[in-house]
Design a protein around this ligand. Sequence first.
Ligand code: PRX
Length: 681
Amino acid sequence: MGGPEQQVFHPNANIVRKAHCSSMEQYRQMHARSLERPDEFWGEIAEQFHWEAPVKSNFFSYNFDINKGPISIKWMEEASTNICFNLLDVNIQKGLGDKVAFYWEGNDPEDYTRVTYKKLLEHVCKFANVLKSHGVEKGDRVAIYMPMVLELVVTMLACSRIGAVHSIVFGGFSADSLAERMHDCRAKILVTADGVWRGDKLLHLKEICDTALDKCSKIGHNVEKCIVVSHLTRLSNAHTQKTPGMKPPVHKTPFTPGRDLWWDDEMKGASNFCYPTWVDAEDPLFMLYTSGSTGKPKGVLHTTAGYLLYAATTFKYVFDYHPGDTYWCTADIGWITGHTYVVYGPLANGATSVMFEGTPFYPHNGRYWEVIEKYKINLFYTAPTAIRALMKFGDEPVKKFNMSSLRVLGSVGEPINPEAWLWYYRLVGQNKCSIVDTFWQTETGGHVLTPLPGCTPMKPGSATFPFFGVQPELLDENGKIIRGPGEGYLVFSKPWPGMMRTLFGNHDRFETTYFKKFPGYYCTGDGARRDEEGYLWVTGRMDDMLNVSGHLLSTAEVESALVEHPDVAEAAVVSHPHAVKGECLYCFITPNEGVHFSTTLVAELRKKVREKIGPFASPEVVQHAPGLPKTRSGKIMRRVLRKVALNDRDVGDTSTLADEGIVEALFSNRPPEASKLLKAC
Ligand code: PRX
């Protein structure tokens, strides 16, 4: 008997019976065809959609080899279409106008609403006209900093209706991060909300936006308008109506006349008809920033036609979506998972989804399970960090609710440990659901390694096999292909329709980051292992990136936030395992001469990181380092720091260090919270 990761779980017969892809034999045939005849494979899928101009000849072209010229990826280049038209108008023409597109479930269980495909189109057209009235044109960037409210979906689709490019910044990022991103993409307009409740915490988003707008103009770019959804006012009005006598909280949202506009005022007079702007297949659809190992975020750019095909196809096969299913992805739209699998993928399939504003723990620790029961969810998609956090409360909160509607359970964002996988499978899925452990990235646009429900025998912790169109390889340090079982760099040797095309305004950085290390391949930055049966196991990042609760961060960006503190001479950050978050930040700080390393300094440093990046990046441990372990050439030996963080004295060869004595000093300086963290892992 091996550990749980060696067990194989076969899909339940009921799932197999109706699955789009119902055997490994069928999967292999489809996968082979997708690689050998991509034009036929994707061409047939494209037939479900509307093309204003069709593809005439060249279905796709690419160059992945940096030595042969610029990297380029193009799908269906001659075609033109509009993604919003395909998601809404085409579905309405097919008779889905009165179908619910989204059930919106608020932070407070008392707050919920729904929107049909027809209504969504009306709102989208109106807001597209609002954007146009403020001079937004095809190609302009619209920054979005919003909570999980329906207006966020409306804004995204309104942008795509007129060919504008949305650039969403997750609502947990700080004012500094928002300013940096708005400046980098030269946003014309910012769309936000007055605020949001997250659990029992109230966040005043508009105030964060005001600070960010100021900072952005100071660094040289003026965002012309800021459109504000009055979400808090709407909620408190609804509560006042339900509970007579209750007084809404008094908070005046700051408002700059001339620049700021209320969403409701703007929508009042807007026409609910907006002819779609036909765009070329390779015109940009959206950009989304992701952390870069140099510390400066990268504006990942996705284009129209390929992304549409890929979002639609992965959604259909990976969740085994069938008409009539109700689907729920818990991700915030501020991350790529929300883009592709809350908005574009489900709507491209005419699906009904739940959009959730709240947290798993409010008002009680069974909220996820309650929502599953309430909407009879069939397909559920969440992150290992949420599963681990919920496991801590035991089985009771799950058992209180009816989970029998579930058929497919998804996992995304980080490796799922076998223990969490088994809990998800046995308790939530009642031993009958397929678990899809989906590996992908902001850059890949959609799933690239994943099991298919009713098809792939599952192994806990393995993302299994490539999706259609994806050809993975494992490479050794010298770029040699590893065949059969082994471990190496995870790369892809061919483009698939949904992959990124460039980094906004910086094609050089795109080429260097993803294509330079191994010419001829897209390099994910992750490592992976292939077992005897060909299953792929993603082992984690091979660069200086870390994954905190499924959020990718670079050690460099945290270090640069820390060294901004006037009392800090040097900072080095390493990843440390964390029982719930997967990984967390362990920081080493060398203060300036004469500065006392105090709890006040630690608190200020934590605050600094929250301000520069966002609360989710807050360091777990901040340790005093009288010096950092540097080689004679000045390079920090990070493996030594990782060992200190883990209290592992097996540090290996340190003879190249300029000062070997520093290693012992670091071990003896480990703070008590470091031992506590280690014990909890
Ligand atoms: O390290 C991998 C990890 O998350 C990284 C991508 O992060 P991001 O661009 O923010 O997108 C997250 C949501 C798609 C990857 O490079 N990752 C994502 N999914 C998995 C994973 N690691 C292991 N298993 C996964 N299923």
